[in-house]
Design a protein around this ligand. Structure first.
Ligand code: ASP
Length: 337
């Protein structure tokens, strides 16, 4: 009697277990299917640029590197990689290219050296990492990520940041690694203009924002700052909330332009706040922030994406190197307005 009941109870328990496993398997399958969406958007700096001032060959070269950067980010995301890994590896492509003002090819300071700034932010945890005044690390964006992951700090600067880099196994490069003729000539031109009229107006930076298949958002920005910068000047790119911000609840943003204005506006955090408190869509929020920038007299642009994969690329200059890629196969690159 007792055995009969035991057997019955066991069969019932096994049936429930089977039903539960089946349910879990199905819900996993369904969620795996619905979570295949990802997107990635990049910029390579905003500024004064016209079709006339750029030969078709130059345009091709820029578009080639933008496409390569998009391709690298796309492969990370399509292979289930994280948005942070996508952001860092995409930005590294542009840091390694002499065309952009980040890593190799960065602009010169007044003293004729190169000082690099970079930052990253994780929209899920709101963790962030930033470095500034870097003279000897090939890929500052990687160092910013390492600060976020391996230190208890958010922002490291100059020699201390290099010391941290060495402790973390980074190989240092001489400052001459970053040298390019083009940037050196830019400095000479600006020094000449400055002697004549006190002008300093060159910018150009790289940035990336990604949404991965898990629905998480990350953003990153890397720059050499502004040509002819002095006195240890640091711009918005490494300042969390100014040049870079990410929050899964709203979106991720990376900026380029005249950094002082971006810091004063708390630019990227302000966009996120408009989305959070006023329920503005990403496009409207980015446009509204660019209007604030214009009113203040600043120039530049911003890229962003939200949790639904909506992309925004706004700027008040005549051009911005930019592009995006989406899981549905959509791909776009452009330079001029
Ligand atoms: N925002 C950068 C800075 O001010 C420069 C740029 O984006 O062109 O350092």
């Amino acid at each position: 009697m007792c055995c009969f009941f035991c057997l019955n109870a066991n069969i019932n328990a096994m049936k429930s277990l089977l039903a539960l496993s089946l349910f879990l398997l199905l819900s996993n399958l369904i969620s795996a299917q619905s979570n295949t969406k990802y997107a990635l958007v990049i910029h390579g700096g905003a500024g004064v640029m016209s079709e006339k001032s750029m030969t078709p060959e130059m345009q091709k070269e820029y578009l080639f590197v933008l496409n390569r950067a998009l391709h690298v980010g796309d492969s990370v995301l399509s292979n289930d990689g994280s948005c942070m890994d996508a952001v860092v590896s995409t930005i590294m492509v542009m840091e390694d290219s002499p065309l952009f003002n980040a890593g190799k090819g960065a602009v010169f300071t007044h003293e004729g050296t190169v000082e690099l700034d970079a930052s990253v932010m994780n929209g899920k945890t709101l963790e962030a990492g930033a470095v500034a005044g870097i003279t000897d690390v090939k890929n500052p964006i990687m160092l910013a990520k390492t600060v976020m992951e391996k230190s208890e700090h958010v922002f490291l600067v100059g020699k201390g940041a290099s010391q941290f880099a060495v402790e973390q196994g980074f190989k240092l490069v001489p400052n001459s690694y970053f040298y390019t003729d083009k940037r050196f000539q830019q400095l000479q031109e600006l020094l000449k203009k400055e002697r004549e009229a006190g002008i300093n107006d060159k910018h150009g930076t790289v940035g990336c924002v990604a949404l991965d298949k898990s629905g998480n958002i990350a953003a990153g920005t890397s720059t050499g700052g502004m040509t002819n910068k002095k006195y240890g000047r640091i711009g918005d790119a490494p300042v969390i909330g100014a040049g870079t911000y990410a929050n899964n609840a709203t979106g991720g943003f990376s900026c380029t332009g005249h950094g002082e204005y971006y810091i004063r506006l708390g630019f990227s955090r302000d966009i996120s706040a408009m989305m959070e408190y006023r329920q503005l869509g990403i496009q409207k929020a980015c446009q509204a922030e660019i209007e604030k920038l214009t009113k203040l007299g600043g120039t530049g642009g911003v890229i962003g994406l939200d949790k639904a994969g909506n992309i925004s690329m706004e700027f008040n200059t005549s051009g911005m190197f930019r592009g995006f890629v989406k899981s549905n196969g959509e791909k776009y690159t452009a330079i001029f307005k």
